[in-house]
Design a protein around this ligand. Structure first.
Ligand code: MD3
Ligand code: FE
Length: 218
């Protein structure tokens, strides 16, 4: 597989870094030069651990479907939210974290000021038109010192970046194919969410948005 001309051009652009919080950065198009090494392992892991819609402890089926790779994977069911070493669907370990995912995460984190980030968990979210993620905090990881790196692929989404209180009015940030977001430090526990995905078809990814987040969970 080879880079298309657009990705080839992106490889030679300076990083477009937008700071949206004291320790939150959007790295525009950062994933595009990696795309040809990201998509084959993404497809492979989804064969082993297909997207599934999980149920929240409150009994709601999430509109976002998810999968995981890495030593730990995030799950939810009637018993609560948690990380597990095994896919509850098969009882088998989650697929390994692809090396290209880890390299991208370490490089993006370094660019945002977080040196030596080594993720051990990757949550893969799939949004179809209408799917959304309501405002929440990511609090199931063991320590909050490590940053989180997210990669957006496919249809555009409107991300909501709130504050440390649920009632803080969120900032809206559009996230496009190839955008990478990094946050940590005092922004680690900010409320955040994704507005309902609009209808559309993306040239590479089809009628969906896939977001994967690299975390240090254990
Ligand atoms: C900024 N996913 O999986 S990723 C999640 O697009 C999740 O699928 C969203 O929230 C998605 O938990 C957003 C970007 C993101 C995630 C968490 C943050 C940005 C953040 C936490 C604090 C600040
Ligand atoms: Fe989150």
């Amino acid at each position: 597989m080879s880079l298309d001309l657009f990705d080839e051009a992106a490889l030679h652009q300076p990083p477009r870094v937008e700071q949206i919080g004291p320790q939150t950065f959007v790295l525009r198009a950062f994933a595009l030069p990696f795309i040809d090494e990201l998509l084959p392992p993404l497809r492979a892991l989804l064969k082993v651990a297909p997207f599934r819609r999980m149920v929240t402890p409150g009994g709601q089926t999430m509109s976002v479907a998810l999968s995981n790779c890495g030593a730990l994977g995030w799950t939810t069911d009637a018993r609560g939210y948690r990380y597990t070493p095994l896919d509850p669907r098969t009882g088998q370990p989650w697929p390994a974290l692809p090396a290209a995912f880890r390299r991208l995460a370490t490089q993006a984190a370094a660019l945002a000021g977080f040196a030596d980030f080594i993720p051990d968990a990757c949550l893969v979210n799939r949004y179809v038109p209408g799917a959304r993620m309501s405002l929440h905090q990511d609090r199931n990881e063991r320590d909050y010192d490590a940053p989180i790196v997210s990669v957006s692929l496919g249809l555009p989404a409107m991300f909501q970046m709130g504050g440390l209180q649920r009632s803080d009015r969120p900032l809206r940030v559009p996230l496009l194919h190839g955008d990478v977001m990094v946050w940590g430090g005092i922004d680690r526990l900010r409320f955040h969410g994704v507005l309902p995905l609009k209808e559309g078809t993306h040239a590479v990814m089809g009628a969906q948005r896939i977001n994967f987040t690299l975390r240090k969970a254990g």
